[in-house]
Design a protein around this ligand. Structure first.
Ligand code: GCB
Length: 598
């Protein structure tokens, strides 16, 4: 009997902890709400031996008498900028992987009668959040937002907020143990204190019908599951002012006919001011409207077949050797892509910050977004699958109103296996649960040259679940040419649009050398490689887009040749110092020709 009682108590404690730990459903469009930024200098403690939790660092205690002492203090110690990764802020932290504690005080004057949420744009990779000495939430995943409501525990004055951040790689994580970039740790994106009324607009999803150009579909969810509440949707420029009424779940839906809509496209990235108003809440957004679908081997944007002139970049400012996190950073990365003639960005290899996503939309880029399912993922591990599902949902929740987002990418370079297939099907389903309108894709490195048929081919049944098949293929770099590029015929995923999601080779800016010798690390070799690949692309009948790897040289402890300057991947079309290599111009000319319809 005693034992049963104990078990019951344990279960109760576990379930209480479990619910406390649950990341809460995300508020959509936080930047369109009332918020206060908790950015700036935070106190920091580097906790290599993981002693902080035992020492209750998060209590931020000070000696109260002449017997007490604490062997830690945020006051008078290290300070770190938030947002920003910690690795780039001190030479000693350059390759640090472990725990860092962040702490700061804040006031919450807006508390009166409002509900308050702490919203973290991203913390890399694991985090536990403590407010006034109590743990209030935890999160895993370095590139997606999470939030926690603090209405009942926050004080108007002098709160102490602590975040325990850990970026140690583990086999069950996403990404897992090794990958080709440096995974900066820290509070890498904005921290916000968002205030909303008691009953607030929790979520909205407003977009043009997938195929019809005169139908806007709107869905608004209130925080309370109550029928009969009114919600106004207004898009003044389109003369839309519509009242929607919630159902028993607190969700209101409408299909609205529009006239004279200017659809969003990379050439004319028109966005409309949208306002949603409820009894006492109001949020504003800029939303674009476009149709996007696949028919046969073509991708149609606004009923016109489109060729995707894409490029990739990591969320990194190479000159600064740190994570990109601001609008200025986004401007730097995207302007270079614009000059290249790109109309799409494959955001590699994880959801990047909202500044980048929103600016890309404003500047006229389609987007491919993915979570870091990058080789080496433990597909057999249920916990990993559950984690990946949550991550991909956080990504879709955050960006589903961005009309620029054309693709949800569900994986990069995975080997064929039954558990992998189940995992990827689950990823697709997680996207569809929230958004059934985007095109689903994944990148594969499984195309091989078949000596018998003399064709490039791929055999992987998982492609049947995809709208577009994407191929990473490093001809001339990881793979030698089995025949001349003009004879390289592809027979891959016929009947579907095919996208070259990566190709390229390494070169040091300013280094000249033999265009035949890979280890010349020369711009000349890289330039010839690009010319050869562009020649091969002419023989891919269902090719509907290309994305060279990569726009900028990026840091990666995956490789360490001194020529590359240590931990650098030099496949950039642009060097870490912003200099354009020869291949940049080749790609720019190719994209100009494609733009001109050649
Ligand atoms: C790939 C990966 C990418 C790497 C690239 C390379 O296939 O998807 O993350 O950085 O190759 O440079 O090897």
């Amino acid at each position: 009997m005693k034992r049963r009682k104990l078990l019951l108590i344990c279960l109760l404690i576990a379930s209480a902890l479990g619910s406390k730990m649950q990341a809460q459903e995300l508020l959509s469009n936080v930047y369109g709400r009332d918020f206060q930024l908790l950015n700036g200098k935070w106190g920091a403690i580097v906790d290599l031996y993981d002693q902080g939790r035992k020492m209750q660092v998060y209590k931020n205690r000070k000696p109260q008498d002449n017997k007490q002492f604490y062997e830690y203090s945020f006051d008078g110690g290290l300070t770190l900028n938030v947002p920003s990764d910690f690795n780039s802020q001190m030479p000693e932290l350059k390759f640090y992987e472990g725990t860092v504690w962040y702490g700061r005080h804040f006031d919450a004057p807006q508390a009166n009668g409002k509900r308050l949420f702490l919203y973290f744009g991203a913390v890399s990779y694991r985090s536990r959040v403590y407010l006034n000495g109590e743990e209030i939430t935890s999160h895993e995943g370095g590139f997606t937002p999470f939030q926690v409501e603090i209405t009942d525990i926050v004080k108007e004055k002098d709160n102490f907020l602590t975040v325990e951040v850990n970026n140690t790689r583990t086999t069950d994580a996403i990404p897992a143990m090794s990958f080709d970039w440096w995974n900066y740790g820290g509070i890498t994106r904005d921290v916000m204190l968002v205030s909303v009324p008691q009953t607030y607009i929790k979520d909205h999803f407003i977009q043009l019908d997938k195929t019809q150009s005169n139908l806007i579909r709107a869905k608004v969810s209130m925080s309370e599951a109550k029928p009969g509440m009114s919600v106004q949707l207004s898009i003044p420029e389109l003369g839309i002012q519509q009242t929607l009424t919630t159902d028993a779940n607190g969700t209101a839906q409408a299909t609205i006919k529009v006239k004279k809509l200017q659809r969003w496209s990379p050439d004319a990235p028109k966005l409309y001011d949208v306002t949603i108003t409820s009894n006492n809440d109001r949020i504003t957004e800029k939303i674009g409207f476009r149709n996007l679908y696949v028919k046969g081997e073509d991708i149609y944007l606004n009923d016109q077949p489109i060729f995707l002139r894409s490029v990739s970049f990591h969320e990194e400012i190479p000159q600064r050797r740190g994570r990109a996190f601001s609008e200025a950073d986004a401007t730097m990365l995207l302007s270079e892509a614009k000059d290249l003639g790109a109309n799409m960005i494959r955001l590699a290899h994880y959801p990047q910050n909202e500044y980048t996503v929103r600016l890309a939309e404003k500047m006229g880029f389609l987007l491919w977004e993915e979570i870091p399912i990058w080789q080496g993922i433990d597909f057999k591990n249920d916990a990993t699958r559950e984690k990946a599902g949550r991550m991909i949902k956080e990504m879709v929740m955050r960006d589903k109103n961005r009309c620029s987002v054309a693709f949800w990418g569900i994986a990069n370079e995975t080997a064929t296996s039954a558990p992998r297939n189940e995992f990827l099907k689950h990823m697709k389903q997680c996207c569809l649960d929230i958004d059934s309108t985007r095109l689903i894709t994944a990148a594969f490195d499984l195309v091989r040259f078949n000596r018998e048929s003399q064709n490039f081919e791929m055999n992987d049944s998982i492609i049947s679940i995809l709208d577009m098949v994407a191929i990473n293929k490093y001809m001339g770099w990881y793979h030698d040419w089995p025949l001349t590029p003009d004879k390289a015929i592809w027979n891959v995923a016929p009947g579907k649009p095919l996208f070259i999601s990566e190709f390229g080779g390494e070169a040091l800016y300013g280094k000249h050398g033999d265009a035949e010798v890979k280890s010349s690390w020369s711009e000349d070799y890289q330039a010839q490689l690009y010319l050869d690949n562009l020649e091969m692309f002419k023989h891919i009948p269902n090719l509907r887009g290309t994305s060279p790897w990569i726009l900028f040289d990026f840091r990666s402890p995956f490789r360490f040749h001194p020529y590359q300057g240590g931990e650098w991947n030099r496949k950039g079309l642009v060097s870490d110092q912003g200099q354009r290599k020869k291949a940049w111009y080749i790609m720019r000319d190719y994209y100009n020709e494609k733009k001109a319809g050649k």
